[in-house]
Design a protein around this ligand. Sequence first.
Ligand code: SF4
Ligand code: SF4
Length: 358
Amino acid sequence: MSDVLIIKTNECGIRKTVNELLEHFPLKVKDKRILIKPNILGPFPPERGVTTSPEVVRAVLDAVIDMGAREVWVGDNPGIGGYGANLKAGVISGITNATGKYFTNIGEEVVRIPVRSRYVKSVVFSKYVVDADIIINLPRFKTHNLTQLTGAIKNTFGYIAGGMKSWLHTRGRTSREFSELIVDIYARRVPDLTIVDGLTAMEGRGPSNGRLRHLGILMASYDGVACDYTIARMMGTKPNSIFQIKYASKTGLFSPENVRIKGDYTELEDFEMPTISSPIISYIANHLVFPHIYPKPVVNEERCINCGNCQAICPTNAMEQFPHINYDRCIKCYCCQETCPQDAVELKGFIYEILKRR
Ligand code: SF4
Ligand code: SF4
């Protein structure tokens, strides 16, 4: 069975809740090398709810130190800014401060490894991912404009170091293709335990510009896909409409019928998924007119502060003539929108506007 345990908590109860989850899902940590992998998408302060709560990361860190881990690394490869972004994102997210000497720039040492995927033959992982005896995955409970939700599977995209992350968007161009690609990456090194930070849920235009709503839970499972399955249900959407979950089931990585949800499960009323995630829209988009139906990114120059994040991450150099976007090159990966600290990259399109109003 794939047990998923959900426990209600609050800012004061995080440590106790993390310990309860670790009692329920014990790990043989003693004398092992541990990688704690939060979501540090970019340099977003904790109150934005984009990155994993520093308190959750610290509570997990303290627990594994108490259990006698030989070595512990805390780190991620942020989507924003390529090489060198790790340290800045760690500081602004509050995770460096929360974890002190354990915070590690995991982008510094990399290794190319083969991966079974129809999209790529190999990927560049942080060496820490390969060296770790145990990986504890700490995603947030959020929507995602491209992959519909970002949870356990999507958080392992941060195994990928440096510029390869944005290049991979050119290999898996549609929502379905990219979702399948990230499952292939997840499957290359399945985390040993996933603890989802659900203190708040992000709805709408996740993973960085959505709305936060109080949720007040932590969720854990040995099976990260089971966490994503549970998140989808809590969001009020059919898990099988999420390409990542569907593909994980198809490839035998996951069995929905084996999921057993325990604890404080609740479905969020009127939870807003990203507009493009509706199964009907996704079907039309992916099978009929994908390149035309998906909205175009457009820079709102009044809000833009010229930080350069979007240009740096664009995998196809479509923003070379910034703020003009070359739509012949744009593959609509929405990395620019995801990484904009000002919510200045807007998605526009006639059909998109109609669908958004539904
Ligand atoms: S312009 Fe934005 S959406 Fe288009 S390819 Fe570049 S990063 Fe992706
Ligand atoms: S659009 Fe956003 S990410 Fe791009 S330069 Fe302006 S503020 Fe930065």
